[in-house]
Design a protein around this ligand. Structure first.
Ligand code: 4AD
Ligand code: MG
Length: 464
């Protein structure tokens, strides 16, 4: 007999049907007349209730059906008298596949998120993390579908690179050198010419530079892959290894870029509401009661679009009116998450796209405005998250780009291939990066980014 998943059983089976189900016991309770086994196989958030008549099975076998045990059950589907579930199964045959003793850390009780991080190898077996990882899969599908339907090419950019896209110097080095015997030249610099790549190499912080090469050939591309940042920020919104989606489109200006970003996020949020309803509703009940309302709100409202300078004015007015921020606000400051969230949550009560930031706080590749002070950057700011997307129109003028590279002292020899796009048939183009885990925070209502990726990498933590 073929196994049926619990999802299929609950949605497609008929009363009276004989079924075979396999999964892990979430809870086993008993009364004199019957044992109740809550079974989950990961196919959906709902458990299947299995009713066992203790007179029809060996006592020892039934005893081995402990929380966490992997089991196989044959039985008959019947209408469930219990509220909240359509069917249950009356067991006819039980089999223990893998026993689980009482040292199993995930017993049927409430566990803190902190505790579950310590057992991240087992936490997908909880309802909450099952829901999160099914939604994560769905968001990946939504992203590929969105771009594929619009004719974008999924372009694979390298993870090992010799250039620092964001210029922030937050890169993890990749080397095969023996760190115990590092040779240095007469100036005290490490010699890389005999290293694996013959030069200093790192894990990429962004696929954008190579993405631009592709966009100026294929027209519209996106990347979707892991990126790495050695920034020592221990916050609920930063990971050292995170996934990023980076579309890049030839001939798009910043306005087109904002339209694309807004359409894209709304598409993902709609997908979560429509195709992950069970999991999203579960998280809304368990984790964040306002989740569904917040998701719907984003769908129903146009994002506010506003220059950085205007944003700073609003924040300065807030300070003048007595609002306390931890970090100072002034024209030229890099916005902290508290500033971003003030604009979104308190002032506009709506997602905001902030544009035209001071060039000093943004990367070298952004298109320079006529004022000589700002660049055509755009950050999308979201409730509870702050920055969810960062992007810009790109500087397409070879001379202006070179001038910025020189001002910032970026090593030219590493950038020659990037500059070629501006030499050979340059064109206006724009793109952005969406932090996949920031999107995940938004659509799950989870509070900590460590809880929306299976195995988080953060400062001093690379377990599992
Ligand atoms: O703003 P960022 O640094 O922009 C770029 O990397 C550009 N190259 C993107 C582009 O224009 N193609 O990062 C983009 C997004 C942020 O808005 C944020 O959502 C996410 O990536 N992000 C992080 N997510 C988790 N942990 C971190 N340490 C992150 N750093 C950035
Ligand atoms: Mg950014």
């Amino acid at each position: 007999m073929r196994r049926i998943t619990i999802k299929a059983l609950l949605s497609e089976a008929q009363a009276g049907q004989e079924v075979l189900v396999k999964g892990w016991v979430r809870l086993h309770r008993s009364s004199k007349a019957a044992h109740f086994i809550m079974l989950n196989d990961g196919s959906c958030v709902n458990n299947l209730q299995v009713v066992v008549d203790p007179n029809k099975v060996a006592v020892e076998l039934l005893k081995s059906f402990t929380t966490g045990a992997c089991v196989s059950i044959k039985g008959i589907v019947v209408d469930s008298p219990a509220a909240g579930q359509k069917y249950e199964v009356q067991a006819t045959e039980l089999e223990l596949i893998g026993a689980c003793d009482e040292t199993y850390p995930i017993q049927a009780k409430a566990h803190s998120m902190e505790f579950l991080r310590e057992v991240a190898h087992l936490r997908p077996r909880t309802n909450t993390f099952g829901a999160i990882f099914r939604i994560r899969h769905n968001m990946a599908m939504a992203i590929h579908t969105f771009f594929h339907e619009r004719g974008f090419v999924y372009f694979h950019t390298p993870l090992i690179t010799a250039s620092d896209c964001e210029g922030a110097g937050q890169m993890f080095q990749v080397t095969t050198k023996n760190l115990y015997k590092l040779e240095k030249d007469e100036n005290g610099n490490i010699k890389y010419d005999d290293d694996f790549f013959g030069k200093q190499a790192s894990l990429t912080v962004s696929g954008q530079l190579e993405g631009e090469l592709a966009a100026t050939a294929l027209g519209a591309i996106y990347t979707f892959g892991p990126t790495f940042r050695a920034e020592n920020s221990n916050t609920p919104r930063h990971l050292a290894e995170f996934w990023m989606i980076e579309p890049e489109v030839a001939f798009n200006d910043i306005k087109d870029n904002m339209d694309l970003a807004e359409d894209f996020i709304k598409y993902c949020v709609r997908w979560a509401l429509e195709k992950c309803a069970d999991d999203v509703n579960f998280l809304c009940q368990k984790v964040d009661n306002e989740l569904v309302d917040r998701l719907k709100f984003v769908l129903e409202h146009d994002f506010i679009r506003l220059p950085y300078t205007e944003g700073i004015k609003i924040l300065e007015e807030a300070v003048a009116a007595g609002h306390k921020f931890e970090f100072p606000v002034f024209w030229g400051c890099d916005l902290a998450s508290e500033h971003e969230r003030y604009l979104v949550e308190q002032h506009f009560k709506c997602p905001v796209i902030l544009t035209d930031y001071p060039k000093e706080i943004k990367a070298f590749y952004m298109k320079q405005n006529e004022d000589g002070k700002t660049v055509r950057a755009m950050d999308v700011l979201f409730p509870k998250i702050g920055e969810i997307i960062g992007g810009s129109e790109r500087e397409e003028s070879y001379d202006k780009l070179m001038q910025r590279i020189t001002e910032l002292n970026i090593p030219m020899k590493d950038m020659w291939w990037y500059l070629d796009t501006r030499k050979f048939g340059t064109c206006p183009h724009s793109g952005f990066g969406l932090g996949f885990e920031r999107l995940m925070l938004f659509v799950t209502g989870m509070a900590n980014i460590r809880d929306v990726i299976p195995f988080p990498r953060t400062p001093r933590n690379a377990e599992f």
